[in-house]
Each structure stands twice: as C-alpha cells, then as structure tokens.
Design a protein around this ligand. Structure first.
Ligand SMILES: Cc1ncc(COP(=O)(O)O)c(C=O)c1O
Length: 461
C-alpha cells in the first residue's frame, strides 16, 4: 500500500444492471460515509485506504452493500475466499460446531481437529505428513523460520543462515518481516538479522535470468557466499521462497526453483515455500509450487486454507515438524474447532465440488482476456503476469516508468462500474476471483476492467 486515498465524494455514475453487477446509487454511497468515518476515527490508520465499499453480504463471486449495489468480486477479499464467499459447505460445517455449542478448546483435542488433520494429510502430498495450525499467515512463515533453524542446529550447522528473495513478502512479525524484502517496511526494527540473506529474484524482465535461470541462481549464491564469507554446508540452514511475488504474481522459472532445490539437497538446507496466496487451488493445482517440479520440506499456508475464518498452517515432514518438544510450539487459537470444521469443508469444496478443476479450466480464458488489455494499450500496460485464476496487470510505459496512477484510477473506475479488484498502490492491479466463478462472470469482469483501463488512460490525455 502507498498511503493513497480514494475519492470519498459521492458521484453520479452510470447505472449498471447485469446478471453479475448492479450499481444504482451514487458511488461511494452517501449513507456509507458516516460508517466509514466512524471506523477511520476509531481504528489505526494503517487499516484504511481501501476502495470505499461497505460490505453487507457476500456470496459466491458477488459482494453486496445494504443499498442495492452488487459487485463482481475479483479480489476474493485478498486471495482468501477461494471456495466462494459464504460457501454453503463451510457455513454448514461451522454452524454444526456453533450450535453444539463448542467455540474453543485450546490444546484439548476435539473431533473436528482430528477429522480435519486426517483429511488434510490424506489430501496433501504424501511427503508432508504432519501439520501445525495457527491463525495468521505471518505466524506460519515465522514458524517455518524457527523449524529451519532448529533443524540446522540439530544437523550441526555453525550458523543459522536463511536465504530469502528480493521482492518477496512473508508477513509483518519480526522474523517474517526480516525474511521479506521491502527495506522501508523493516526500518522500525532497527537492525537486520545478519543470518538472513537475500538473493536477486529472476523477474521475467531480467534477460539473463530468463536465458539461463540455473546459472542466474548459481552465480547469485556464489557471489553472496563470497561477499559474506559463507560456507553453505556450515552456515546456511534453509531457503524461504514466496511461490510468486505478491505485488505482481511473478513466478520463478521452474528451472530456477529446481536449481534452488538441488542446492538445498547438496548442502543440507531445508526448502520452504510460502503458499499464502498460491495455495488451495488458486492456480488450478492444490499448491502453486507444484508448477515447479520440486518437493519442498515445509509449506506455509493461510488465506485460502479456510476461505473465511483465520486459519494458517505449516505442513512438513514428520522429522522436522516434531523437532519442537511438547509446549515449545503452540498458539492460543491454534486448532480451534470452528476453524478446523471450516478448514475441512473448505478443502472438500476445493477438491470435491470441482473448484480447483474450475480454476484449471478457466485459467487460460482469464489470462487470454487480460492479454487483450495489454495488446490494446502497449504504451501503458507492459505485462500480464499470472497463472490459473490469479494475475497482475503491470502498468509501465515504454521507457519503463511505473504508472501507479493508472492502477489507482482503473481500480476506482472498476468499483464505480461494479467490479472489485485488488488495488496494490503500485504500478499493478491484482485480480483473483473466487474459484467458484462462472465463465460468463469472468469474461464480464475482464471486459469491465478493460473499459476502466481504457477510460483511465483516455482521461489522462
Ligand atoms: C505471501 C504472503 N505471506 C505471508 C502473508 C502474511 O499473512 P497474514 O496477513 O495472514 O499474517 C501474506 C499476506 O498478505 C502473504 O501474501
């Protein structure tokens, strides 16, 4: 986010009435403003700056306000509601637990916890045979950091070195933030852990990375080790990779990820993937790393893990997951029965109700529609990056200048036309509809986005 604020003056906008969208008031809705103002007054500024839409109800791929407007949702809130807003299976499972009632158990075992774990471990890759549940994504990446270091100490490493990547993001708690790249976001910490090292990211626009991804990685790691006097066998214990880069959905070339894995195996490092955005069917596969042909030791998941209530997960090999002794890895809300019920129903919806298959089928349609936007505006849209039902539109001019204004304005115009997109505050818009979306809704949303981008460019002259 950039501190950018959307216009809060209600405006007359063209009415919209289609199967998937309805706009019948001024936008923002005048009656919503006192409520937005009340929240802004009472809550930390950092939580503000979103598109001024007051959510009242959300179902499937639609978001409704209380004044008759209906948006087509290309955000899944923030890559969370993969199973669709208000998914019936999830609501039913949660209601059953609420009506027992059983709202919290801490570490005491519940049937819901046992059922979820059994289903989760059965349905996720065979080499990941244990899980640990948490609430926030940042707790999961922080936990993976701890596990990689514990494993490193156990295997006789001299230093707890972790490799992470330029541009990646892993959450806001101390360790997660240090593994993340953004230097400005880390200023408050006052120091950088000397055993967390960052390597260059193989962006699609870096020719040498695209030409020979394996060499690109090997040269970078050799340079790092020479500069910091590191012996990988002694001084490094793990690698944290964000499956794709959050702000722009850029993935690694598979050969790059495979080379990182080979390096890990050669030197006794654990390989962790941050699957927060990419997990639970988003790309048409259960986890995004599956596009790389590698086998991570640890997976950090959150967001789409329950498509609703706070659930994050670390999945891993038994030998690693059992490193912390009883009492040394726990969290108050971990494995809450309500959350476990939601987690199981969510995974069932994704796998058994055809949602992942829908993402796989519609992914190419989505990417092709977005590609048309790029082709129509070569001077403003430099790239479409994405896979399955996630994509980023990158706004850069031919001189490679970032056009953040275009992301801001196209997001705002889309909202006025009944479409919600992820406003990044940078030179990109991200889009990720619920995996339950239909083809006609997907095409309609892409057409709205195309018109918003075109009009934002036209306005600027
Ligand atoms: C890749 C990635 N990792 C970690 C996180 C942190 O998750 P949370 O906000 O639930 O702590 C996020 C959240 O945006 C994310 O996108």
């Amino acid at each position: 986010m950039s501190g950018f604020r959307f216009n809060l003056t209600p405006r007359d906008v063209a009415p919209v009435s289609t199967k998937h969208r309805r706009i019948k008031t001024k936008i923002p809705v005048p009656q919503s403003l006192p409520i937005l103002a009340r929240v802004e007054e009472l809550e930390s500024t950092s939580m503000h700056g979103a598109l001024p839409v007051l959510w009242d109800r959300a179902e499937g791929h639609n978001v409704y306000d209380a004044w008759g407007n209906k948006w087509l949702d290309f955000t899944s809130t923030i890559f969370v509601t993969n199973a669709g807003h208000g998914n019936k299976r999830i609501r039913k499972a949660m209601k059953k637990v609420i009506d027992k009632p059983l709202l919290h158990t801490y570490m005491y075992v519940s049937r819901e916890r046992a059922d979820y774990l059994e289903y989760l471990i059965a349905k996720t890759p065979a080499h990941l045979d244990k899980a640990f549940m948490l609430s926030a994504g940042t707790e999961a990446t922080e936990c993976a950091l701890k596990l990689m270091r514990m494993n490193g100490w156990k295997t006789g490493k001299k230093r707890p070195g972790i490799l992470a990547f330029e541009g990646n993001w892993h959450g806001r708690t101390l360790g997660a933030q240090m593994m993340g790249w953004n230097p400005a976001q880390k200023e408050w910490i006052g120091y950088q852990d000397p055993n967390i090292h960052h390597l260059p990211f193989p962006y699609p626009w870096r020719e040498e990375a695209m030409k020979d991804p394996r060499k690109y990685f090997r040269e970078a790691i050799a340079k790092l080790c020479a500069e910091k006097n590191l012996d990988p066998k002694q001084d490094l214990c793990g690698v944290m990779m964000e499956t794709w880069q959050g702000w722009c959905a850029a993935m690694y070339p598979p050969a790059f990820a495979q080379e990182v894995e080979a390096f890990c195996r050669e030197n006794g490092l654990l390989l962790a993937f941050d699957e927060m955005q990419s997990g639970f069917g988003r790309t048409g596969k259960l986890f995004g790393y599956m596009h790389y042909g590698v086998e991570p030791d640890l997976l950090c998941c959150g967001k789409g893990a329950a498509s609703s209530v706070p659930l994050s997960l670390v999945l891993g090999r038994k030998a690693i997951m059992d490193l912390p002794e009883i009492g040394s890895m726990s969290s108050t809300h971990s494995a809450n029965p309500l959350v476990c019920a939601a987690g199981k129903a969510n995974l069932q919806a994704i796998l058994e109700d055809g949602l992942m298959a829908n993402a796989e089928r519609l992914g190419p349609v989505f990417q092709a529609e977005l590609e048309k936007i790029r082709a129509a505006h070569p001077k403003h849209v430099s790239r479409i990056i994405g896979v399955g039902l996630v994509a980023a539109i990158i706004f850069r001019d031919p001189a490679d200048q970032a056009l953040a204004w275009l992301g801001d304005r196209a997001s705002e115009l889309s909202m006025e036309r009944g479409l919600l997109v992820v406003h990044t505050g940078r030179e990109s818009i991200k889009i990720a509809p619920p995996l339950s979306i239909t083809e006609d809704a997907l095409r309609e949303g892409c057409a709205v986005l195309a018109s918003s981008v075109a009009d934002a460019i036209r306005e600027r002259g």
